[in-house]
Design a protein around this ligand. Structure first.
Ligand code: MG
Length: 451
């Protein structure tokens, strides 16, 4: 197997151990060599190691002759919007570890269209990196460095042009925003204020120590947002991950509204012919949207985006809280999703809780099992054999997905850890538990034969 640098979400790792200045310089050189001489945008989230890694990456880019346009701390979708709209840029380098804990950082490569670099291009960058194929530059060819602080303003104006600002303003919503001290702190509170909302910010100062909560917007981290939304009598609450490409919500009754619930809510409004979701998305979508093709792709927003583009589908999203509205952008965009959600509450004229209560909800169960790291291949082969003998419709888009008339389960190997994840869903809880148990039995058998 060729050595890999990029995972499903760019280059990720723990700062000081995997993510070092040396690595960032070499990645900068490799990306610059691949993208070619010309201006390349540089952006980062709020992580404490961001300035160190971003400057190192910039040095690498300049060393191979690229001009760097530094956007500073901005949400990933704002950097992508900048590349897509300003024009003339070869791409962007975003220093972020998205939803990962504070000790992590990473580097995400963005192409000239503002989209996350596709795998075949990443492979070309990896080849340059591992073979040290960096172009020579003379003193007069070294790249330049300048700053542009307009990315956020451009981005916010673009979002405001996509929603009915006057109608939303007239409602005077009260919204609690929890950007989790991440890059979304620089956009969403201002965006919602521009929409006439009374904004109550929680963890609203950009701070890479993430003092308020961990960056992943999951219920365990959003207790304060839930309480504050309820106590303030707010219409809703919204939260982002560290780089602001994810959005989850809290309803007016103080209930956490994660990706599993927002997915059918957004899909119902935006789906016409086809939507794209990952293999672990709820079957509520199939039941709720007769006549709409629900395409299931690999887990990861980059795969959802690529499939959306290929199919010309209407909407894409993931249970993790990434939302893609392809008429605006093929990138997951948390602040845009927050504005669209507020617009939805306005246009329907009903509280968010009521809209959610009118959507079906099936029990989805998730669990993970560890195995010994070097048994990965053996576990995979054992699972292949086990699923071949299963009396179900098995698909292999990502891991193994077994579908039954009344439910399904998915078994996936984690890309970064020696872990197997099982997700099961059915219309009835008893059946969902049964399917989870079926998946668990297969995994246990596979892990023990692999030993
Ligand atoms: Mg993210």
């Amino acid at each position: 197997m060729t050595a890999r640098l990029f995972g499903t979400n760019g280059i990720r790792g723990i700062v000081g151990r995997d993510m070092t200045a040396d690595l960032a310089v070499r990645v900068g050189k490799s990306l610059g060599a691949f993208l070619g001489r010309g201006p390349i945008a540089l952006a980062r989230d709020t992580r404490l190691s961001g300035p160190m890694l971003a400057r190192a990456a910039a040095s690498g880019l300049m060393a191979v002759g690229c001009d760097v346009v530094d956007l500073g701390v901005v949400p990933t979708p704002a950097a992508q919007h900048y590349v897509a709209k300003v024009g003339g840029l070869k791409g962007a380098v975003v220093v972020t570890a998205s939803h990962n804990p504070r000790e992590y950082n990473g580097i995400k490569a963005i192409d000239a269209l503002g989209l996350e670099m596709r795998r075949s291009d990443e492979e070309a960058v990896e080849a340059i990196y591992f073979e040290n194929r960096f172009p020579e530059t003379s003193w007069s060819e070294v790249g330049s460095f300048r700053s542009d602080d307009t990315a956020i303003l451009r981005y916010l104006n673009a979002i405001l042009s996509r929603v009915d600002v006057e109608a939303i303003r007239a409602r005077g919503f009260r919204v609690v925003v929890d950007p989790g001290n991440g890059a979304g702190a620089l956009t969403t509170p201002y965006l919602l204020r521009a929409l006439g909302c009374t904004v109550l910010s929680l963890n609203g100062q950009p701070d890479g120590a993430f003092p308020g909560r961990a960056p992943e917007p999951v219920p365990e981290h959003l207790g304060d947002l839930v309480r504050m939304t309820k106590d303030a009598g707010a219409d809703l609450g919204v939260a982002h991950d560290g780089d602001g490409d994810r959005m989850v919500a809290v309803d007016d009754r103080g209930r956490y509204v994660g990706g599993d619930r927002l997915l059918p809510l957004f899909a119902k409004v935006h789906a016409r012919k086809a939507i794209v979701v990952p293999v672990d998305a709820s079957m509520v979508l199939d039941d709720l949207l007769p006549g709409v093709a629900v395409h299931r792709t690999r887990v990861g927003d980059v795969f959802v985006g690529q499939e959306l583009k290929r199919l010309g589908a209407d909407f894409g999203g993931e249970p993790s809280g990434t939302w893609i509205f392809p008429r605006e952008t093929l990138c997951p965009d948390g602040p845009l999703a927050a504005a669209i959600l507020v617009g939805l509450v306005q246009s329907r004229g009903r509280p968010l809780s009521e809209m959610l209560d009118n959507l079906p909800e099936y029990p989805i169960l998730r669990e993970a099992h560890r195995f010994v790291a070097d048994q990965r291949l053996a576990v995979k082969e054992a699972l292949d054999r086990a699923f071949a003998g299963l009396d179900a419709e098995v698909t292999r888009v990502d891991g193994w997905r077994a579908a039954f008339p009344d439910g399904w389960f998915v078994v996936r190997l984690s890309g970064t850890e020696p872990k197997v994840r099982i997700t099961a869903e059915a219309r009835e809880r008893v059946r969902a538990e049964e399917l989870l148990e079926k998946g668990r039995a297969l995994v246990h058998a596979a892990v023990s034969t692999a030993k």
